[in-house]
Design a protein around this ligand. Structure first.
Ligand code: AOS
Ligand code: ZN
Ligand code: ZN
Ligand code: ZN
Length: 427
């Protein structure tokens, strides 16, 4: 199934006069505060969020998986799904593959399909947290950090193979999330685990093409519940610093211990020029991988306040970072869910762009705590949805992506094509 531009235009026409009123209202409101709405809209248009191939099906949990119908059965169908998202919102212009859940056997035809949908290939993800069929050594007790050199060698070789797949597709980065760690005190030697991991990462790093990066993702716990080798941003940064300039830290919002001040972590990583990008999601308890902005939208906004500031300070455009959604669950239509996530990201970004930085710095210099808080909350409490809609409309997307997805019956069309019970590969 493919969306045609006339379907989007018809939909937009039907909503246009209502939208225009709302947009003019916020434009005036912002104008009074000296903020140019059109500039924010332009920045929103340029902000692209990658979609991970594993979020296109209903997610698995340890306790069961309740697949919906019409899920993608192949890599081609996953690319087509992201094409649908991108046609609707024009903000999801790339797909991130996970090897071996996705094996791009015929790179040329996959590339052709992707480019016909205006999609690119984002970072490729390796997987040494599961054993694959016919694999010689098990990762039960670790991969890049394993006590046995033969296991480490196998895990390094896998990562190098993933780079090769990515190269064929035009990806420019390898994302590594390691589940390595221990479940019980005494099980592993922290220092040896770190050093083995470093040596393994160095071998992978050496295999990176010149214009590639490696993103090192950290996570506090799970599946290991006593220690994790790359447990926090500090460990991740340490690995990156030892590896070299092609390695940067990847922040997944669900990977911190409770109540961590993630916005401060972001500010510090950006200060050091070592933020690779994000895996966006939301959570109440742990690595819940819920829809972005569904639980803690104010935190998301505060993170974007730092991102906007950091990008400005570094003189870097938003497309020089890796923004991705890493979410998955059982209860929503995955495509509708991803549309909600992308919208939440753009809303937080728009609000962060509204913050009056000069006034904020002045308030800080005066220790005017009340004013500083008010400046942030004034932005957060502004309904910026018309700005996000305008950015989608201008770039050729839909004013109401989920509304159009439903009106066109996209999911039932996909079920007709693919079947009522299909299970996408992934966690
Ligand atoms: C795992 O918790 C991480 O978020 C990784 O990014 C992982 O590769 C991805 O979520 C797929 O499971
Ligand atoms: Zn992640
Ligand atoms: Zn995660
Ligand atoms: Zn997560």
């Amino acid at each position: 199934m493919k969306l045609e531009q006339y379907q989007i235009d018809q939909h937009n026409d039907s909503l246009l006069s209502k939208h225009n009123n709302q947009y003019i209202f916020i434009k005036e409101q912002l104008g009074e505060q000296g903020i140019n709405a059109n500039e924010i809209v332009k920045a929103l248009e340029a902000f692209q969020v990658a979609i991970p191939s594993w979020a296109l099906g209903t997610g698995g949990t340890r306790f069961g998986r309740f697949s919906g119908g019409g899920e993608p059965r192949s890599l081609e169908e996953k690319v087509e799904d992201v094409g649908l998202l991108h046609a609707l919102n024009h903000s999801s212009g790339s797909i991130s593959l996970h090897i071996p859940w996705d094996i791009p056997e015929q790179a040329q035809s996959i590339i052709a399909l992707a480019s016909s949908l205006n999609l690119q290939f984002d970072a490729v993800n390796s997987n040494t947290f599961q054993d694959q069929k016919n694999q010689e050594h098990s990762y039960k007790f670790g991969s890049l950090s394993h006590v046995d050199a033969a296991v480490r060698k196998q895990a390094v070789a896998h990562n190098i193979e993933v780079i090769k797949y990515g190269k064929d597709l035009g990806s420019k980065a390898l994302s590594i999330w390691l589940s390595d760690g221990s479940c019980f005190p005494g099980q592993s030697n922290f220092v040896k685990s770190f050093q083995y991991t470093l040596e393994s990462l160095q071998e992978i790093y050496a295999a990176l093409p010149d214009d590639w990066k490696v993103y090192v993702e950290y996570k506090a716990y799970e599946p290991n519940f006593y220690s994790t080798v790359i447990q926090d941003w500090g460990s991740s940064l340490l690995f990156c610093q030892k590896l070299g300039p092609k390695a940067d830290v990847l922040v997944d919002l669900g990977h911190h211990l409770p109540n961590a001040n993630i916005e401060q972590i972001v500010a510090t990583l950006m200060m050091e020029g070592r933020l690779a990008g994000f895996h966006f999601n939301d959570s109440k308890y742990g690595d819940d991988d819920l829809t972005v902005g569904s639980i803690r939208p104010y935190m998301l906004f505060l993170i974007f306040v730092e991102l906007v500031e950091g990008m400005k300070r570094a003189g870097r455009a938003s497309d020089t970072y890796a923004w991705m959604i890493d979410a998955s669950h059982n209860v929503k239509d995955p495509l509708e869910d991803l549309l909600q996530s992308v919208e939440a990201i753009l809303l937080a970004y728009a609000q962060a762009l509204m913050v009056d930085r000069k006034k904020l710095e002045f308030a800080r210099s005066q220790n005017d705590v009340v004013l500083a808080q008010q400046i942030l909350q004034n932005a957060f409490r502004t309904d910026v949805r018309p700005l996000v809609r305008e950015s989608m409309r201008l770039s050729g997307g839909a004013l109401d992506p989920i509304g159009l997805f439903r009106n066109l019956g996209v999911r039932s069309e996909l079920m007709n094509e693919r079947g009522k019970v299909t299970v996408a590969t992934g966690l």
